[in-house]
Ligand binder design. Structure first.
Ligand code: OGA
Ligand code: MN
Length: 207
């Protein structure tokens, strides 16, 4: 797949971020790649590689299902072809954001996330209090045939006091400025898969 930083799709995301701080692309990835990533996530789940996600950082880090109930695994390059294609696309997006918005994004960290039925993630901001490197959040959904009655929306709290619910339909990408948008994951009636990641700037404080 030929995703270069100047591609119109990536430029739309850059323009949205410049205008309103967030972007929603309903058809970001071709269905075959989304399906391959979903298979990858399920294989990791059944082979026991996903772990309960923690909240907080350092010594304050703990698993608290009353805050977030997803299971995750961090991605590394070279693990599978589909993951490497995804990472290459996100790197093109990183370059596009740097060229268009001068964000100085240095790297991208991401994990698979699986929310069992009923799991949720309470309203939060993605930027840690003691670490301001996370600058742009990007969530890609991997769920085929998501139906309106199945819940599981990403609820975005927008700057004008409005809310926007995005259903986690396979191939949809949501990108937003990490420090500016509180958001939450609503419970669903079925398993909910995603790849969630953060573009990070160089840090000032302790790592
Ligand atoms: C997160 C998060 C949103 C989603 O992992 O920090 O907010 O829709 N995920 O999965
Ligand atoms: Mn979040």
């Amino acid at each position: 797949m030929n995703f270069h930083p100047e591609s119109p799709l990536l430029q739309r995301i850059v323009d949205d971020l410049a205008e309103r701080g967030w972007s929603r692309q309903d058809v970001f990835l071709p269905a075959e790649l989304t399906a391959a990533l979903a298979v990858e996530c399920r294989v990791r789940a059944v082979s026991g590689q996903l772990e309960a996600a923690a909240v907080g950082r350092g010594e304050g880090q703990a698993v608290r299902e009353g805050i977030r109930g997803d299971r995750i695994q961090w991605l590394e390059g070279g693990q599978s072809e589909s993951c490497d294609v995804y990472l290459a696309i996100m790197d093109a997006l990183r370059q596009a954001l740097n060229q268009g918005l001068y964000l100085g994004l240095e790297d991208f960290e991401s994990h698979f996330a699986l929310y069992p039925p009923g799991a949720f993630y309470q309203k939060h901001l993605d930027r840690f209090r003691d670490d301001d490197r996370r600058t742009v959040s990007a969530v890609l959904y991997l769920n085929e045939d998501w139906q309106p009655g199945q819940g599981g929306a990403l609820r975005m709290y927008l700057s004008d006091g409005e809310e926007c619910d995005v259903p986690p339909l396979g191939g949809t990408l949501v990108v937003f400025l990490s420090a500016d948008f509180p958001h939450e994951v609503l419970p669903a009636t079925r398993e909910r898969l995603s790849l969630t990641g953060w573009f990070r700037r160089r840090g000032n404080g302790p790592v």
